[in-house]
Design a protein around this ligand. Structure first.
Ligand code: FES
Length: 252
């Protein structure tokens, strides 16, 4: 039987008025939290209360609220997205908390993701890495028959698995080096597994890694925290693939 008893939580939230302002943790009480609420809905209720008192609401990013867009970047109790396997912050339900719990909420911490306000960070570095990957050459004309371009099932599955990356940045936030290797690995691996990605394959790997370094992301120490927090289950296998793609590109 489900427990619908409302909860009361003490929140510790990072507040920062702007990119150059000093930030600090502030305490709030979240009253009447329904266990069926999502984490973002709980924050909505807290914000309603703050606005009613004339205080500035807690700024946080969100769009789809169903694990697709990757916007809800926040560290909950020290773990990006809160630490429940395969779940983004917007998919995290309050039933995972207990009445009286204290909850610490912070933005992604990484030099390449500067804080814009409160829990919102600028993840434009990811967009620039994607842009550096360039275009994909495709033959124009009528749509080809689906079976005219055979792709081994193993490659199709690997490409689909890598393509599930939503670019949320949890991998960077979990890494002590703030490395973006899991993200870049997913993007490079995705296109390396299908013929459509082959014409620009070498340039793509070199340019995306160069842009990743330019943005200030750190190197990979093979500790796999990124894999542990990825809400889409991307594994560090894509980092090995990235390294292989880069080595092959440099050897050309
Ligand atoms: S708001 Fe889109 S993934 Fe969370």
């Amino acid at each position: 039987m489900s427990n619908d008893k409302p909860m009361r939580l003490k929140l510790h939230v990072w507040r920062q008025a702007g990119p150059n302002a000093a930030g600090s943790m502030k305490e709030y009480v979240a009253e009447n939290v329904n266990p069926h609420m999502s984490f973002l809905e709980m924050l909505d209720v807290v914000n309603d209360g703050l606005e009613a008192k004339g205080e500035a609401p807690i700024a946080f990013d969100h769009d789809c609220r169903e694990g697709i867009c990757g916007m809800c970047s926040m560290v909950i109790n020290g773990v990006p997205h809160g630490g429940h396997k395969g779940v983004t912050a917007c998919q995290l339900h309050m039933r995972h908390f207990k009445d009286g719990d204290e909850v610490y909420i912070e933005p992604w911490r990484a030099k390449a993701f500067p804080v814009v306000k409160d829990l919102i960070v600028d993840r434009g570095a990811f967009d620039r890495i994607i842009a550096s990957g360039g275009f994909v050459s495709v033959a124009t004309g009528g749509a080809p028959d689906a079976n005219a371009l055979p792709i081994p099932k193993r490659d199709a599955d690997a490409a689909f698995d890598a393509a599930t990356c939503i670019g949320c940045g949890a991998c960077v936030a979990a890494c002590k080096n703030a490395s973006a290797s899991l993200f870049v690995g997913a993007k490079v691996s995705h296109l390396a597994h299908v013929p459509q990605g082959h014409p620009e394959r070498a340039e793509r790997a070199k340019n995306m890694v160069a842009q990743m370094d330019k943005e200030g992301f750190g190197t990979c120490s093979n500790l796999s925290q990124c894999e542990a927090v990825c809400p889409k289950g991307i594994t560090v296998k894509v980092i090995a693939e990235l390294n292989r793609e880069l080595a092959k590109a440099q050897a050309k």
